[in-house]
Design a protein around this ligand. Structure first.
Ligand code: SAH
Length: 506
């Protein structure tokens, strides 16, 4: 039988975009993904839909798996002939026990590959504005485990050498042993005024930095209650942070933002959030599906040339329309004499991406405003095709009819509730790890509230900032008992993001 394959992958320190292209490729093709606490679980959203996830880290319900147990999981899954992605925080060969896992695989005759990752030893200081080397201060850096009791007799660590080393010292897993580490360094000759910093949860919204000197850092860490995981950096380069810190200055730094749109549409919003230093967490509450009966849309498309106008109210509508055109092998030139209207800039972009220029786009991106502007363009009696969602508000059709237009509505797609597993979301909300929730339509609000089930909404959402794309969405949210903090002034994704930035940087 096929022996399967194991990829030992470095997932980077937390910011999911710090994974390598090769690492991401492996995630996408894996049948099984084995991960632990330091690998960002958001990477799992790139997996195949039927991939199996195995968590081997600490969790409230279960004890951490031992290394032997983890090795067994890898061997067992690969022996079924499956492709296994073993995700590890940082780099798999830097204190990641990747070497041991590779040895076991070798012994079992299971093929494996190592996909190096960006280690926290370098990236976490970098996100705190600390370069591990710098021509003016140091030409070397040493990465040391802080896990080993520094006072034990037969230590593998040459404290003698470290005490004298003028280079940067970087300790991983050292928070628990911090007092002993410092004691050893000073005992072996380090100046007690040497700068030191601890960076907890580097590259993530929770990033927290405590700095000082060897002399005062323990008190400072105790005062701030800083816990693991953190990278400890010792050396003159630490002082550069004051000038070079950059991540914490980003406008959405520290915010984990829930994105509730459909999987297909989420990335536009997620990317913007992350550009601004926030972390997007996608929880699609809606999914886009084909109409139950495809015939009305197909018929409308076959007759599309007979319409004077086609009005699109969403990108989904545009995509559905042109997908069907292609399926029916109808040439786009058939639409030569039809005028196009888009309700918003993204919809306009989507139409224009098909090579069709849009005649009209309203100034305010809402059904009500379309009519105001369209009045000047439409002549009574003209034929208007409106490919729309199944749940669209009737206002646009009613107003078009009031203008004596000959309106033909057709369902182009359905927005259905996405049956996502809300377990992880609830967990995150309970732990207050979600700071902002964005809603981009009334149905995202409704489905989100549904997903909370019988849990206490006030408790779960206490302290969380609620942001809505526009007044209709905000109205729905309020009706369902949510306290809306932000309503975008421009009813677009850009407008929503702009309002978020303004809100947090007032
Ligand atoms: N293979 C990993 C290291 C695993 S050892 C790597 O290359 O990064 C685990 C230690 O890594 C933690 O105790 C902590 O010291 C450090 N670490 C990993 N991710 C971190 C993060 N996001 N912020 C701070 N420290 C981190």
């Amino acid at each position: 039988m096929n022996k399967g394959m194991v990829y030992l992958i470095g997932a980077g320190p937390g910011d999911i975009r710090l994974i390598t292209l090769k690492g991401l490729d492996c995630i996408k093709k894996a049948d099984v993904i084995v991960y632990d606490r330091l690998a960002n679980p958001r990477l799992l959203s790139y997996a195949k839909t039927d991939a199996k996830f195995i968590y081997v880290g600490k969790s409230p319900e279960r004890h951490t798996l031992t290394q032997d147990e983890i090795n067994n999981v890898l061997v067992e899954e690969a022996s079924k002939g499956l492709v296994v992605a073993r995700l590890k925080g940082g780099d798999p060969f830097v204190f990641g026990r990747g070497g041991e896992e590779a040895e076991v695989l070798l012994k079992e005759g299971i093929p494996f590959e190592i996909v190096p990752g960006i280690t926290s030893a370098i990236a976490v200081p970098a996100y705190a504005g600390i370069p591990v080397t710098h021509r003016d201060y140091t030409s070397t850096f040493t990465v040391i485990t802080g896990n080993e009791d520094p006072t034990k007799e037969d230590s593998n660590i040459d404290w003698e050498r470290l005490g004298k080393d003028p280079g940067t010292l970087i300790f991983l897993m050292g928070v628990g042993n911090l007092p002993k580490i410092i004691e050893q360094l000073i005992a072996h000759g380090k100046d007690s005024k040497t700068p030191i910093a601890l960076v907890r949860w580097g590259t993530r919204p929770e990033q927290e930095v405590v700095s000082g000197t060897l002399e005062n850092i323990v008190d400072e860490v105790n005062r701030r209650g800083l816990k693991s995981p953190a990278v400890i950096i010792v050396g003159q380069v630490v002082n550069l942070r004051e000038r070079l810190k950059w991540f914490e200055k980003k406008p959405l730094f520290g915010k984990r933002v829930l994105v509730t749109r459909s999987r297909e549409q989420a990335s536009v919003l997620s990317e913007k959030i992350e550009e601004l230093g926030g972390e997007a967490w996608e929880f699609p509450t809606i999914a886009i599906e084909e109409p139950i009966d495809p015939k009305p849309l197909e018929d409308a498309i076959k007759n599309a040339a007979n319409f004077d106008w086609i009005i699109f109210t969403s990108v989904n509508g545009v995509n559905a329309f042109f997908d069907v055109m292609k399926k029916l092998k109808i040439d786009i030139r058939r639409l030569a004499n039809v005028n196009f209207c888009a309700i918003g800039p993204k919809t306009k972009e989507a139409i224009e991406a098909k090579g069709i220029m849009v005649e009209f786009i309203p100034e305010i991106f809402q059904a009500e405003a379309i009519i105001e502007g369209l009045k000047d363009f439409l002549k009574p009696g003209q034929k208007v095709l409106l490919p729309r969602a199944d749940l669209a508000r009737p206002i646009l059709v009613e107003s078009l009819k009031a203008l004596k237009m000959n309106v033909h509505e057709v369902i182009a797609y359905r927005t259905v509730k996405n049956a996502a597993d809300s377990q992880e979301l609830l967990e995150k909300l309970k732990n207050k790890e979600i700071h902002v929730i964005t809603f981009t339509s009334a149905s995202t609000v409704r489905n989100f509230v549904d997903a909370l089930g019988s849990n206490n909404v006030d408790e779960l959402l206490g302290g969380v900032t609620i942001a809505c794309i526009g007044p209709i969405t905000a109205q729905t949210a309020r009706k369902l008992g949510l306290a809306v903090d932000i309503t975008a002034e421009k009813y677009t994704i850009e407008g929503l993001v702009e309002s978020l930035v303004n809100y947090f940087n007032r």
